[in-house]
Design a protein around this ligand. Structure first.
Ligand SMILES: Cc1ncc(COP(=O)(O)O)c(C=O)c1O
Length: 384
């Protein structure tokens, strides 16, 4: 007998972001612009919330869905901000980061042969799970529509096999936040088809100069909607592993089983910390956004001055210039940029083939760090 692993895993590789950033150990002097996490410390009140819980021995398992107080807090937070509401008793699960919420959703709804439509370029965390479950990703090209998904194109991609359509706005990797009018058109298409909508809104609090538009604000979608949120980005809590999954109780009664057998519950000190984040630290994201906006303006201007075509970001902390005109693949470009100029940025091809010809730069770094990285990049481009 020959033992073997699940063959679907052999089709899945380590994310292109990691593949690239793993090379960085060989270039200790490189300016790293690859990391997708805030460069601010977690707020003190949040840390104290966790320390208090530990000192009070609040360290045992919680309900599989998480602390009921936290679930109430989550509901209040999002109701106040975006007007939608989920029942804390039966429609909210506290997960180990948005990543686990995404995994739970796909494992709850996907069957072999199903299709999931995703606007592309898209974050690396969805396609591997879809494939692992024997389903197929179908990409909706956004490269010629300012990285906003066209409703007409969405309608043309929906088939009998389509189980879900996933959105992630503000977007990793493009930094584009969706416009209300665009979302209205998408919602109209979604409401007239028998498909789930999944919206990963992890960057909702990092939306610049406008209010975040949420798919949660469309009552006609609610019945078949899964919302993903979390604190990794909004409160600089990537290592605390707190995400929020919200959906109608019809589906959540099944999602909770996956949570139960996979994780039991999210980290308990982190859950207490999360209550502080959503109550005492409501202003934290706006504070961080001030810095992100200053950096965004600077990086955007520098890239334009280098002669690059680039869409102005309106959220998250990424910018996605085109490097197509240099006639290299994005992997070649990023590799040469690292080796010859000592700057690390993620090749766009890490975000599906629709990211080919682009480079993802994270500006979750200090101005000095960004300035040095962009000076080096400018010289490199001038040498091409
Ligand atoms: C779009 C998107 N969704 C989900 C995640 C994962 O978030 P978490 O750390 O909460 O698991 C990330 C992390 O970069 C992301 O960019």
């Amino acid at each position: 007998m020959t033992v073997r692993i699940n063959p679907r895993l052999t089709e899945i590789s380590i994310s292109g972001i990691r593949q690239f950033s793993n090379q960085l150990v060989n270039y200790p002097d490189a300016i790293n612009l690859t990391i997708g996490q805030p460069d601010f410390p977690t707020p003190d009140e949040v840390k104290e919330g966790a320390i208090r819980a530990i000192n009070e021995n609040k360290t045992g398992y919680t309900h599989n869905a998480g602390l009921i107080d936290l679930r109430h807090t989550v509901n209040e937070f999002f109701t106040n901000k975006y007007g939608f509401s989920y029942d804390p008793e039966s429609e909210i699960i506290i997960t180990n980061g948005a990543s686990q919420a995404i995994d739970i959703i796909f494992r709850t709804i996907l069957e072999e042969g199903d299709e999931v439509i995703l606007p592309a370029p898209i974050y690396t965390g969805y396609v591997p799970i879809i494939k692992l479950l024997g389903a197929t990703p179908v990409f909706l090209d956004t490269t010629d529509t300012g990285f906003q998904p066209s409703a007409e194109r969405l309608a043309s991609l929906i088939t009998d096999k389509t189980k879900a359509v996933l959105f992630n706005f503000p977007s990793n990797p493009t930094g584009v936040a969706i416009e209300q009018a665009q979302m209205d058109e998408l919602a109209e298409v979604l409401a007239t088809h028998d498909v789930f909508t999944i919206s990963d809104e992890i960057y909702s609090e990092n939306t610049f100069f406008r209010k975040h538009c949420s798919f949660g604000a469309y009552p006609e979608l609610r019945e078949k909607l899964f919302l993903v949120h979390g604190l990794s980005k909004s409160h600089s809590m990537t290592g605390w592993r707190i995400g929020f999954l919200m959906a109608d109780k019809e589906w959540m009664q099944h999602c909770i089983k996956i949570q139960q057998y996979n994780a039991i519950c999210a980290s308990v000190p982190s859950q207490y910390a999360a209550i502080e984040a959503l109550t005492t630290c409501q202003d934290t994201p706006a504070e961080m956004n001030k810095a992100y906006i200053e950096r965004r303006n600077y990086v955007y201007r520098r890239l334009l001055d280098m002669g690059l075509e680039v869409t102005e970001p309106t959220g998250a902390f990424y910018i996605f210039p085109s490097i197509e005109k240099f006639g290299m693949t994005s992997f070649e470009f990023a590799t040469r940029l690292l080796k010859e100029a000592g700057v690390a940025a993620v090749p766009g091809s890490a975000f599906t083939q629709y990211g080919e010809g682009y480079l993802r730069i994270s500006y979750a770094y200090s101005m000095e760090h960004l300035e040095e990285g962009l000076n080096r990049m400018e010289k490199f481009i001038a040498s091409l």
